[in-house]
Design a protein around this ligand. Structure first.
Ligand SMILES: Nc1nc2c(ncn2[C@@H]2O[C@H](COP(=O)(O)OP(=O)(O)OP(=O)(O)O)[C@@H](O)[C@H]2O)c(=O)[nH]1
Ligand SMILES: [Mg+2]
Length: 185
């Protein structure tokens, strides 16, 4: 990593299983998309350098956190030190947005209060089964700074989603605290 990197931004990516968290992160990091669903195990961390609007370079750490219930006990360990969050719902499954309201919102409030959140309405390329009003309402409940419709398949708005959260975290100068980092398993 070059000396020009001034900031490290830790962003967590959370939401129900199979909403497309891994797909979204992989599309952003490598440009690839796979149709296969392989449930994530635990957590994966990816790093990318981004050029911010200010001209400065930041290193973003993307923590792709497995959504399956069996990871529930260890999940919050990976929330530690997060400066921003992308919360995903799957537009083909309205229930995945209900779950944000019922579960993920509280999880965030409990373990990462005050982190800026963006609601990601993913799988925009498929037949949408979730009313726009529902997506907007969940965004409000989450106090999301923005609601972004994405497709990890076509790449629609993927770059924009990560760019937006990075700029927000940077603008707020949310401190990155390496002390509060979990060690990766
Ligand atoms: N058509 C379409 N399929 C998608 C999109 N995003 C993800 N998928 C598919 O949805 C399934 C689940 O995607 P994953 O990225 O593995 O989901 P996840 O949220 O990481 O799931 P967990 O790791 O279990 O929490 C896979 O079959 C993907 O190919 C999208 O934007 N469009
Ligand atoms: Mg995954």
């Amino acid at each position: 990593m070059s000396d020009s990197v001034n900031f490290v931004l830790k962003i967590i990516v959370i939401g129900e299983p199979a909403t497309g968290k891994t797909s979204l992160v992989k599309k952003y990091i490598s440009g690839h998309f796979s149709q296969d669903y392989r449930a994530s195990i635990g957590t994966n961390m990816y790093i990318k350098k981004v050029r911010l609007d200010s001209g400065e370079e930041a290193k973003i750490q993307l923590w792709d956190i497995a959504g399956q219930e069996k990871w529930i006990k260890m999940r919050h360990i990976y929330y530690r030190g997060a400066q921003g969050a992308l919360v995903l719902g799957d537009l083909t499954r309205e229930k995945s947005f209900d779950q944000i309201e019922l579960f993920w919102r509280e999880d965030l409030l409990k373990f990462c209060p005050d982190v800026p959140v963006i609601l990601i309405a993913n799988k925009n390329d498929l037949k949408v089964e979730t009313p726009k009003e529902k997506v907007e309402a969940v965004g409000k409940k989450l106090e999301a700074i923005s609601v972004i419709y994405t497709s990890a398949k076509t790449g629609d708005n993927v770059e924009q989603a990560f760019k937006t959260i990075s700029e927000i975290v940077y603008e707020r100068r949310i401190k990155f605290n390496p002390e509060s980092q979990p060690s990766q398993s």
